[in-house]
Design a protein around this ligand. Sequence first.
Ligand SMILES: NC(=O)c1ccc[n+]([C@@H]2O[C@H](COP(=O)([O-])OP(=O)(O)OC[C@H]3O[C@@H](n4cnc5c(N)ncnc54)[C@H](O)[C@@H]3O)[C@@H](O)[C@H]2O)c1
Length: 392
Amino acid sequence: MTSDLAAQGARRVEWIRSRMPLLAAMREEFATRQPFAGHRIGMSLHIEPKTAVLLETLQAGGAEIVSTGNHGSTQDDVVAFLREQGMTVFGARDDTLEQHHVNIAGVLDAAADMLLDNGGDLAAGVVERGVTASILGGTEETTSGGDRLRGELAGAIPFPVIVINDSLLKAIGENKHAVGQSVVESFMRITNLMVPGRRFVVVGYGWCGRGVAHYLRALGGKVAVVEVDELKAFEAALDGFRVSTAVDLAPWGDVFITATGHADVLTLDAIERMHDGAVLANCGHFPWEIDVAGLRDAAVASREIDDAIERLDLADGRHVILLAGGRMFNLAGREPKGNSLESMDLGFLLQTLSLERVATSAASLRAGAQPVPDDIDRTIARRMLAAMHAAE
Ligand SMILES: NC(=O)c1ccc[n+]([C@@H]2O[C@H](COP(=O)([O-])OP(=O)(O)OC[C@H]3O[C@@H](n4cnc5c(N)ncnc54)[C@H](O)[C@@H]3O)[C@@H](O)[C@H]2O)c1
């Protein structure tokens, strides 16, 4: 019998599934191809409705799924739905960090022969347990997991791991365009402020920063860029943005958005020069880009004004607004949407085709971390163009 929670999960997945055409086509192909028949995939990935569509697709290809989510973000209705589809899923939204580690151990105990990893936890687990020989290969979703495989785990992984975040297709489709769109959407949803005419300073002009700067300008925002790499700073200037340092732009900007992946790119020396009411937000992966600790020390008072909006009063009478405590603000606030369905359709097809490559041709891949094979990027780009009717 379907539980109420599973039924709620099923309803939420329905809309998402209906707008992920690349994965839908894959499920049809897999019905006959069955590349994962006889394989058990052990997974660690943020569990929400888009992930459910990925898991359904792998299951349609014959895979047995044993999965857990990220700590603190597992959606219980989606877990209930996936369990009803015959998958083994560990984890709940309120799990402690300790329980999360038990969940990861549960996935490792299932003795999967393929891994879909997130941050390198499963790869580190099989090395620690000395069971690497039983693994055919797998994928790694994140840059930080890729860094770990190439750093502390280098030489210890005798099977291939395709690092999804190394894909140029993903950089374009997700980091630039999806993060660009969702950062602008989140700024508007969380603050309810106007973009047109407002002065934004974007720190970092990599894939994400470029997207953020372009989407803000597209809505009429005035945008300046801070970038330490002179080539990217030059590109930002040619793209028509004002380019300078954070300290120099501090009195000019109304809103400051960091997108670098690096620590302390917005510090007190800039914050002290900002005008009263300046808004600070970060969309980089780690919550360390804005010097939040330094800001809290300098503040004489602080209070939560609304969901993900905090006011910090400074000694000279000015105040600044910090969104989402300096964490990724496009995943915060009421009803965070995260990145667009289409970008996740694309990202999860990268996962699916990379796992299929491992299942069918592991011997043709080298051991350890490696980028997504170029032909997979190009196949998906062609499919995405067709799904978008871009040629019409
Ligand atoms: N919020 C999301 O949904 C989301 C999605 C994808 C990636 N990310 C994260 O966003 C961050 C940026 O990703 P990316 O793909 O744009 O990386 P990237 O490497 O393409 O760009 C980072 C840029 O920041 C610049 N930079 C570094 N230190 C700087 C400093 N002190 N001041 C100014 N510029 C500086 C670098 O020169 C580089 O151009 C990463 O942490 C990534 O994990 C977030």
